[in-house]
Design a protein around this ligand. Structure first.
Ligand code: MRU
Length: 351
């Protein structure tokens, strides 16, 4: 059984508290948009697709309790709540794009005279619920295309050693994962020799979450700290790097977890293919380049402490950007649910 970060049934939403992993498994009840904003902002749930899904499902939970009988008023309220949810974490674009799509859908329902307020509520909630199924389908397609792309140009015995960064697995999505989905898919095809995951300081998504998923799935894996990547590429003949994305600009520049950029530079130096695995809902064609991506800065405490334990000298200043932008020139291909695209050919994937 895959790990489940989001548990949902009509009227009930729970998320696995990722701040407590890997030591404790505890689900938190999300009873509406306010709770949704909090679990996203505190990073109890994280990962671009999971942020979008939990945010929108928290709205569905709230709509279930709403007895408004005017669909235009409902639509107005929905827009305000979606904007509020987007503000919880600014870099991942998935929740913004999902919100835009939902507002377009709400507009079309409002314009249709045959749709009553009850129909509006039901159809709107159903379209949010569909995100759960679609995300898993997209991730499986990403896994398949990524696996094919990595194996295509392979030399040697046909078995690969993959490096990944941060957490892009079941915990970061509705299930299966994006970059970790590619790894899962290589493993299922019996083509994966080994996966290396970085610790991913300061929040340790790699050490706490990816390592946990890999052990759970019995995938052969080794943890390295972020500063070992160059030595690892030199020593272990890495076949490819696969990472996720929080926002890909129209020119292919990609915002992802802090540290991704330096891994891409090291990969270029060692001639190792560097892939970004992301659903189309992570691609923001409205931004020409990565310079325009807003990078979230997180509290100092994530750097100065591990849990309750202080590790940094009291009084030191900190700079804690949560993401960096990898220039398109360092990216071999962007693996989406529609296939693998060169970073300068994204317009073929998103018309
Ligand atoms: O700060 P996080 O943990 O939300 O950052 C997560 C990442 O950077 C992931 O690589 C990205 O969201 C893709 S998750 C499928």
């Amino acid at each position: 059984m895959s790990l489940e970060s989001i548990k949902y049934e009509r009227g009930k939403l729970e998320v696995l508290d990722q701040l407590l992993l890997p030591l404790q498994t505890r689900y938190i009840k999300v009873q509406g948009v306010e709770d949704g904003w909090k679990v996203i902002n505190k990073m109890q749930v994280r990962g671009a697709p999971a942020i979008a899904i939990v945010g929108c499902l928290s709205l569905a939970i709230e709509l279930m309790k709403d007895d408004c009988s005017d669909k235009k008023i409902m639509r107005q309220e929905i827009e305000g709540k979606l904007n509020y949810l987007v503000s919880a974490r600014p870099t991942a674009v998935n929740i913004k794009l999902a919100g835009d799509e939902l507002i377009n859908f709400a507009n079309s329902l409002c314009a249709d005279e045959n749709v009553t307020a009850d129909d509006f509520r039901e159809r709107f909630i159903r379209s949010i619920e569909n995100m759960l199924i679609k995300d898993i389908e997209d991730n499986k397609a990403i896994g398949k295309y990524g696996c094919e792309a990595i194996l295509k140009n392979l030399e040697g015995d046909g078995h690969v050693r993959i490096l990944t960064h941060c957490n892009t697995g079941s915990l970061a999505t509705a299930g299966y994962g994006t970059a970790l989905g590619v790894i899962r898919s290589l493993n299922a095809a019996k083509k994966l020799e080994h996966v290396y995951c970085t610790e991913t300081r300061p929040y340790n998504q790699g050490a706490r979450l990816t390592a946990y998923e890999l052990v759970h799935e019995k995938i052969p894996a080794t943890l390295v700290v972020d500063s070992m990547v160059a030595a690892l590429m030199h020593a272990r003949n890495i076949s490819a790097v696969v990472v996720g994305a929080d926002r890909v600009a129209a020119n292919g520049d990609t915002a992802n977890k802090i540290g991704t950029y330096q891994i891409a530079i090291v990969a270029k130096h060692h001639n190792v293919p560097f892939y970004v695995a992301a659903p189309l809902t992570s691609i923001d064609m409205s931004l020409k380049s990565g310079d325009r991506i807003k990078i979230e800065e997180r509290p100092d405490r994530e750097m100065t402490h591990i849990g309750e334990h202080r590790i940094a000298a009291p009084g030191i200043n900190c700079w804690n950007p949560s993401f960096d932008v990898t220039p398109a020139a360092l990216i071999t291909g962007i693996i989406t649910e529609k296939g693998v695209f060169a970073p300068d050919k994204l317009y073929e994937a998103v018309p």
